[in-house]
Design a protein around this ligand. Structure first.
Ligand SMILES: Cc1cc2nc3c(=O)[nH]c(=O)nc-3n(C[C@H](O)[C@H](O)[C@H](O)COP(=O)(O)O)c2cc1C
Length: 192
């Protein structure tokens, strides 16, 4: 199964990193779009989602199937993950035992660092991620840009070669884990 680089990008910076990374990894490129953020009302919805940590509806093109590795990219908004990526990560759950994350950000405001965004994204995956990477505006504009993306790709390839994938866990729907455990455990006769 080819790896996939799945990203959300509002102004194109994350997209440009995702394109280069996918090419380095020989991965499929999958874009998440968020039509709910189009137009004037879209801007209001965007601001509301940033404050309320909303999960707006997204479109994934093309659809994502199971992969050996999924790399998720997103911009940082208000020192958190851009909300469409939270919706995206819910869709990704169970699709791969190996997930890596990257964010792009301005990175110049000490009170709005990118690390909490990566932590929030990791929590939303529901598993421990392979690695997390930040690309700051300054780095992306520098002549080292290509080298930085290549280093990230090489690091991912190395980790892929040494880390056994955890079997993807389907997201539980319907019965709770306690209910399922109770159903799976035969009870001695005479007990309820
Ligand atoms: C609504 C909004 C909030 C942002 N908040 C932050 C922030 O807290 N910290 C930061 O370093 N950059 C912040 N940025 C800058 C973006 O993270 C940065 O420009 C990113 O690379 C944009 O990615 P994109 O072009 O893929 O949308 C913010 C940008 C927007 C539009």
């Amino acid at each position: 199964m080819r790896p996939a680089v799945v990203y959300y990008s509002y102004t194109g910076k994350t997209k440009s990193v995702a394109i280069e990374l996918a090419s380095q990894l020989g991965a499929d490129l999958i874009e998440a779009s968020c039509p709910a953020y189009d137009g004037l009302f879209g801007k209001l919805r965007q601001a509301w989602d940033v404050i309320s940590r909303g999960h707006p509806p997204i479109r994934l093109e093309p659809m994502l199937d199971a992969r050996d590795l999924i790399v998720v990219g997103a911009p940082v908004w208000g020192a958190k993950a851009a909300p469409p990526v939270l919706s995206m990560l819910l869709r990704i759950r169970g699709k791969s035992g190996r997930i890596a994350l990257f964010v792009t950000c301005d990175g110049s405001v000490p009170t709005s660092p990118p690390e909490p965004a990566l932590d929030e994204m990791e929590r939303a995956t529901g598993c421990r991620v392979l690695t997390k990477q930040v690309f700051r505006k300054k780095e992306l504009k520098s002549e080292d840009r290509g080298e930085l993306i290549l280093e990230f790709a090489d690091d991912l390839k190395f980790r892929m070669s040494v880390v056994t994938p955890i079997r993807p866990q389907p997201v539980a729907v319907g019965r709770s884990s306690v209910e399922r455990a109770n159903l799976a455990t035969p009870r001695p006769s005479g007990t309820q």
